[in-house]
Design a binder for this molecule. Structure first.
Ligand code: NAP
Length: 333
């Protein structure tokens, strides 16, 4: 095999990403050197944060270059190996280019065991998604039994896990999501006590007050924007807001004017803290161990929306911004 299908970033998206921002091409495969493996991609994770890397802006991670492959978390099969760490037939996870086949050094690859969990789980509940839910809630949220936890993006990859961890920790858990079907799902499958469909609710401040009669102690924010502004009117004394994501503003071409948070935080002595999951790199093994244990004990369930085919990757990514996923959005190649 000499070349492979590849997906490059063609244009920096303006507003909502379009299929024409991506380019399908073929690239040459280099020779396999000592310490390297030839990989065939099995699952590709598409994530909202990739939108940030498509902009030419300073962030915690470098932007993607134009006319170069996009990179995201993937699971792949080892086809050939010149490394003593891995052999043909092994499966690995790591950050990989959107190429069907690729040659990589093994340093940043982690072997995964398909007997312990389905391969896709290593990109979701046992990967970045699960860890983001776990450390954001437990470390920044400082949850206490009996408190009210409100989660936006509640039916998504991170949100479905956050709600369940909240229930394991004895909290009352309320979720915000974009369809009635998703609200039903989070209540029936993921233990949420209440749900609010933000797309059919005129007054979010009142709806949150009704769903959280004792106020909000911990807010796990996946979406930012107007939804999170409405939450401010409902936070309790000493509340904690975990700023995990702001998908509602990722496609805005100008930062929207927003409510000043300071008066709300001052009068309630509350805190608001952002984080990125790489802040917890040293503690990832601890998080994985806890998540795997809860999974094994049947305390955690997870949902996946899986598109099939390498060519569906850009559309699967775009679909995140239309809420087409329940749980983790993945592409099976
Ligand atoms: N801090 C970190 O290290 C870290 C790590 C991973 C993820 N994140 C962030 O966490 C958030 C969730 O990530 P995820 O991977 O779990 O994605 P996800 O929630 O599985 O997928 C995105 C969801 O966002 C909702 N959404 C889209 N546009 C929206 C809008 N304008 N307003 C409100 N909701 C909107 C959609 O659901 P609805 O149908 O409900 O609208 C969609 O299903 C993202 O903001 C992501 O950037 C942060």
């Amino acid at each position: 095999m000499k070349s492979t299908n590849t997906i490059n970033l063609k244009n920096r998206p303006q507003g909502r990403p379009k299929l024409s921002d991506f380019e399908f091409t073929t690239t040459e495969l280099p020779q396999l050197n000592e310490g390297e493996v030839l990989l065939k991609i099995t699952y590709v994770s598409v994530d909202p944060y990739l939108r940030g890397r498509m902009m030419d802006a300073k962030s915690y991670i470098d932007p993607f270059e134009l006319d170069q492959p996009i990179v995201s978390g993937c699971v792949a099969e080892v086809l050939e190996s010149k490394s003593s760490n891995l052999k043909a037939g092994d499966f690995v996870t790591g950050m990989m280019e959107w190429k069907e086949y690729q040659v990589l050094n093994t340093d940043n690859l982690k072997k995964v065991d398909s007997d312990k969990a389905p391969l896709s789980a290593y990109l979701g509940i046992l990967g970045m998604t699960g860890l983001t839910a776990y450390f954001g809630l437990t470390d920044i949220g400082k949850p206490k039994k009996g408190e009210t936890l409100l989660v936006s993006g509640a039916a998504g990859a991170v949100g479905t896990v956050v709600g369940q961890i909240g229930k394991i920790l004895g909290m009352r858990v309320v979720g915000i999501a974009g369809t009635d079907e998703k609200i039903e799902l989070i209540k029936s499958e993921y233990g949420y006590d209440e749900g609010i469909n933000y797309k059919t609710t005129d007054n979010m401040v009142q709806a949150i007050a009704k769903a959280c009669p004792n106020g909000v102690d911990v807010y796990y924010d996946n979406v930012g924007g107007e939804i999170s502004e409405a939450v401010l009117y409902n936070i309790n004394k000493f509340s904690r807001t975990i700023v995990c994501g702001a998908i509602s503003v990722y496609n805005k071409t100008e930062l929207p004017k927003s409510t000043s948070v300071q008066p709300f935080l001052i009068k309630t002595s509350s805190s608001m803290q952002g984080f990125i999951i790489f802040d917890y790199k040293e503690r990832h093994p601890e998080g994985i161990q806890q998540l795997a244990q809860w999974l094994q004990e049947g305390k955690l369930q997870y949902e996946e929306t899986i598109q099939v085919g390498f060519e569906t990757i850009p559309q699967a990514f775009i679909d995140l911004f239309d809420g087409k996923n329940k749980g983790k959005m993945l592409v099976k190649v």
